[in-house]
Ligand binder design. Structure first.
Ligand SMILES: [Zn+2]
Length: 299
C-alpha cells in the first residue's frame, strides 16, 4: 500500500502563462494523494485531499482580486481546503510528481483583465530629480519611494493589458502643469503617488486623497484605502479632497499616501518590496471592484 501523504505546505502566487495571468494555490505533499474538487457555491471552491495535515492549519490570506483566502479543515481521512473567491472562476488542477508532490490549482485572472484591458491609466510618481520630497528619519526619500510603488502599479496594470501613461521618468521632475498635459483625452483614471510627511514624527499610516470635482471619488478613495490597510496592516489616516486633482475635472483621480515617511516605523515598511507590491495590487483590485459595483448599480 502506498504511504499516506502528508500535506506540508500551502502557498499562493500569481503566475503568467501564454500572456494570461492565473491566481494559483499550491499544496505540497510527501506523496501522491487523491484530490476532489467541488463548488458548494459559485465563489467557493472546495478541495478535498486524502491525506494527513502536518502544517499550520491557520487560514491563508491572499486577497489578490481573484482568491480571497484559503481555510483548512482537517478530518480523519480528508483535509478540506476552502478557497474563497472574488469571482466565479473554476480551478484547473495540475498534479506534479516529485519531492514534494505538488497539487496545483489555477484560477484565471480574466475578470480583472477584462476590466483593465485597453483602459488608459495615468500613473503619476510624485516629485523627482532635484525635488526629493519628504525625507525619512534614516535615509529614504519620498521621490524614490513614489517611483518604486509607481513601478509596481504600472507592472501590474500592464500585466492586465491596460495602457499605462507615466507622467515622469525616473530622474525628471515635471511641473504639475506638465504632468497634467500628459493625460490623454481617453484616460480612465489618474493615480498620483506620494508619501505623507510631518514635523510630528509620531504620525503614521495610510491616506488616500481624491479629486473633489469627480463624482463618487470620495467613495472610490474609501474603497482603495480600506483595501490597502487590510492588506498591509497600516493605521488609516483617512481620505480627503486633494485640491490640485480638481484640475482633472471629471476624471477619477486619487493621490495615494501609503505611509508617513517621517515616522521611523513607516519608513521601515518602505524598505520591503512586498509593501509596495501589495499596496499597488490592493489599489488595482479596489478600483476594479468599485467601478464594477457602481456599474451594476446603474444597470
Ligand atoms: Zn509628495
Amino acid at each position: 500500500m502506498a504511504p499516506r501523504a502528508h500535506l506540508t505546505n500551502l502557498y499562493s502566487k500569481i503566475k503568467e502563462e501564454g500572456g494570461e495571468q492565473f491566481s494559483t494555490v499550491t499544496i505540497e505533499a510527501t506523496a501522491p494523494a487523491e484530490v476532489k474538487i467541488s463548488y458548494p457555491a459559485p465563489t467557493l471552491c472546495q478541495v478535498q485531499v486524502r491525506a494527513v495535515l502536518t502544517m499550520d492549519p491557520g487560514p491563508l490570506y491572499v486577497q489578490d482580486g481573484i482568491i480571497k483566502g484559503v481555510t483548512i479543515a482537517s478530518g480523519e481521512e480528508l483535509v478540506t481546503f476552502k478557497i474563497d473567491l472574488d469571482e466565479e472562476v473554476q480551478a484547473r488542477l495540475t498534479c506534479t510528481e516529485g519531492m514534494p508532490y505538488r497539487i496545483g490549482l489555477s484560477f484565471s485572472r480574466r475578470p480583472l483583465q477584462d476590466f483593465y484591458q485597453g483602459r488608459v491609466i495615468v500613473v503619476d510618481p510624485g516629485h523627482g530629480g532635484s525635488d526629493t520630497g519628504q525625507r525619512g528619519p534614516v535615509n529614504l526619500l519620498e521621490r524614490d519611494m513614489a517611483w518604486k510603488t509607481a513601478g509596481y502599479l504600472a507592472g501590474i496594470l500592464e500585466g492586465l493589458q491596460a495602457r499605462v501613461v507615466m507622467t515622469r521618468s525616473q530622474d525628471e521632475n515635471p511641473s504639475w502643469c506638465e504632468r497634467l498635459a500628459k493625460v490623454p483625452a481617453d484616460a480612465f483614471c489618474f493615480i498620483s503617488l506620494h508619501e505623507y510627511g510631518s514635523r510630528d514624527t509620531s504620525i503614521r499610516g495610510t491616506a488616500v486623497l481624491y479629486n473633489p470635482a469627480s463624482p463618487g471619488n470620495k467613495e472610490l478613495a474609501e474603497a482603495v484605502l480600506a483595501r490597502i490597510v487590510a492588506r498591509v496592516k497600516t493605521p488609516s489616516r483617512g481620505t480627503g479632497p486633494a485640491a490640485e486633482l480638481a484640475q482633472l475635472e471629471q476624471l477619477p483621480a486619487l493621490r495615494l499616501e501609503p505611509v508617513a515617511i517621517t515616522n521611523w516605523v513607516d519608513e521601515g515598511l518602505l524598505r520591503n518590496p512586498y509593501f509596495h507590491q501589495k499596496t499597488a495590487l490592493a489599489t488595482v483590485v479596489a478600483i476594479k471592484q468599485y467601478f464594477r459595483q457602481r456599474g451594476q448599480e446603474h444597470d
